[in-house]
Design a protein around this ligand. Sequence first.
Ligand code: SF4
Ligand code: SF4
Length: 56
Amino acid sequence: MPRRVTDSCIQCGACIAECPVSAITEGDTQSIIDPEVCIDCGACEAVCPVEAIVAE
Ligand code: SF4
Ligand code: SF4
C-alpha cells in the first residue's frame, strides 16, 4: 500500500525532496502523495519531522 500524508503536515517540503520517484507534490494545505506513483519505499516517512506520513 502507498504511503499517505495526514493533516499533521506542516508543509516543510522535506518529503518532496526525498522521494526517489517524485510522487509527492505540494498541495493547498498539505503535501500529497500520488498512490499511482509511490513505490512505498518509506523514505518520506523517515524524514518527516512531525510524523505526518503513514503507511495505509
Ligand atoms: S514511500 Fe517512497 S515512493 Fe512513496 S511517496 Fe514516500 S518517498 Fe515517495
Ligand atoms: S516531510 Fe512531513 S511535514 Fe514535511 S511536507 Fe512532508 S509530510 Fe509535510
